[in-house]
Design a binder for this molecule. Structure first.
Ligand code: NAG
Ligand code: NAG
Ligand code: NAG
Ligand code: NAG
Length: 386
């Protein structure tokens, strides 16, 4: 059995005991940064029953420095696109943005096709511009922090996600084709990146948003989306997925890629990643994972283990308190309880307002019989990256 996670749970029913399927994946389409080793075109997919060691590259080399981690991070990014989420296109060749009546309007084009989508901004009262902002999927489900603007991201407009028939439907697919490999979550992540492009392009005097203090949030499916958005755009300084865990969501919707469903969903032990690796893409930036123990379908036990493991990446990078986990039940799904407010405040104040707060937060009210055996799930050692 393999663990996972916030965003979803890759709980395989059994330990894989049969022959490996042929690792005949195609060439990785995402290139790595300058100076990083290029990825092999064929990725070996051995059975790994524990959470894969984030500090060992696909070629088997051990990560010992921050520079090596930067390349390993690129590799993890590419593997997620290849195996789980589909390809995230870069900035489109045609891009225009305007801002008026508190609304960002973005036109993105590629060849003959273009799409236009909007995001509305709600400003805080009682403070002065420019404002830190949370890009909030469907407006988000958190109490709006004081002094923070909310950029309302209508992710469903970019990629529809009603059910399995939503594959390839939405403005992203109008632009990139209905066969684009990007899953709905990756298409949303592309949309978030274009919002940030627009904020960077337009004068701050117009939109009054501080582009160096952007966070992203959403709850439930939109929490999954927010997590992906934060993982795949390093301009976001604070990622706050809320109740993004799940126990099984491959058939239900189009959040993941076709490749993931076909090759990995029923054979997760060959996936060289899990969602501690997804969290790792956010490091060393700020990540506060907000969860709820009351719903089994949120995969609370798995989220706990997965995020316990994720913290090791921040430890290795020397910033363990840039990642927090707060998992508290006793409330409805996406109803944020006041008991978690101090955790949210600490992260918002540190990352969106540059205040010195105590963000050493890792707490859960899971039943005491639901423990996480690190020697079983994460038997690898954590380097101090130099
Ligand atoms: C490649 O993968 C497909 C499905 O993922 C599988 O059916 C096939 O046997 C694999 N091997 C080759 C050599 O095509
Ligand atoms: C998508 O792929 C299918 C199957 O290969 C093909 O029939 C269809 O024409 C493709 N659609 C587009 C828009 O490329
Ligand atoms: C920060 O909070 C943690 C958890 O409550 C606590 O253990 C630690 O002592 C605090 N650190 C400081 C510097 O106050
Ligand atoms: C832990 O105990 C609760 C009841 O207190 C039970 O419902 C749950 O299944 C137990 N979990 C495990 C992993 O045994």
């Amino acid at each position: 059995m393999k663990a996972s996670s916030v965003v979803f749970v890759l709980l395989a029913a059994t330990t894989s005991a049969f022959a490996l399927p042929q690792a005949n994946t195609t060439t990785i389409a995402t290139t790595t940064s300058k100076g990083c080793p290029s990825l092999p075109s064929i990725i070996p997919l051995p059975t790994v029953t524990e959470l894969p060691d984030p500090f060992v590259s696909i070629d088997g080399s051990q990560i010992t420095t921050k520079n090596e981690w930067a390349c390993r991070r690129d590799e993890i990014n590419a593997l997620f696109q290849q195996f789980e989420l589909g390809m995230k296109p870069g900035a489109p060749s045609v891009f225009t943005s305007t801002f008026s009546s508190n609304t960002l309007s973005i036109t993105a084009g590629d060849g003959a096709t273009s799409i236009t989508f909007t995001a509305t901004v709600t400003y805080p009262s009682g403070s002065t511009a420019s404002y830190p902002a949370l890009i909030a999927f469907q407006g988000g489900s958190l109490p709006v922090p004081s002094g923070v603007a909310i950029i309302n991201f209508n992710n469903d407009d970019i990629a529809v996600e009603n059910d399995a028939s939503s594959r390839g439907v939405g403005k992203f697919y109008t632009l990139y084709g209905s066969n684009a490999t990007a899953s709905a979550m990756m298409a949303w992540s592309w949309g978030v990146s274009r919002i940030i492009d627009a904020l960077e392009t337009l004068p701050v005097s117009q939109h009054k948003i501080d582009v160096n203090h952007l966070g992203v949030t959403g709850c439930s499916r939109d929490g999954k989306g927010a997590f992906i958005a934060g993982a795949f755009d390093t301009r976001i300084v604070l990622t706050i997925p809320q109740e993004s865990g799940a126990s099984e969501i491959v058939q239900e919707n189009v959040w993941f890629s076709v490749e993931f469903a076909n090759q990995f969903a029923n054979d997760v032990d060959i996936l060289p990643l899990d969602h501690h690796s997804l969290a790792a893409l956010v490091a060393p930036r700020g990540l506060l994972v907000i969860e709820n123990t009351d719903y089994e379908w949120l995969g609370p036990w798995s989220c706990y283990g997965c995020m316990t493991t994720a913290t090791k990446v921040w430890q290795a990078l020397g910033v363990p308190d840039n990642m927090g986990f707060s998992q508290i039940g006793g409330h409805l799904h996406c109803a944020f309880p006041s008991s978690q407010q101090p955790d949210l405040d600490a992260y918002v104040n540190k990352f969106l307002f540059d205040q010195l707060t105590n963000t050493t937060i890792f707490r859960s009210d899971l039943p005491s019989n639901e423990t996480f055996d690190e020697t079983m799930w994460a038997p690898w050692s954590v380097p101090m990256l130099s």
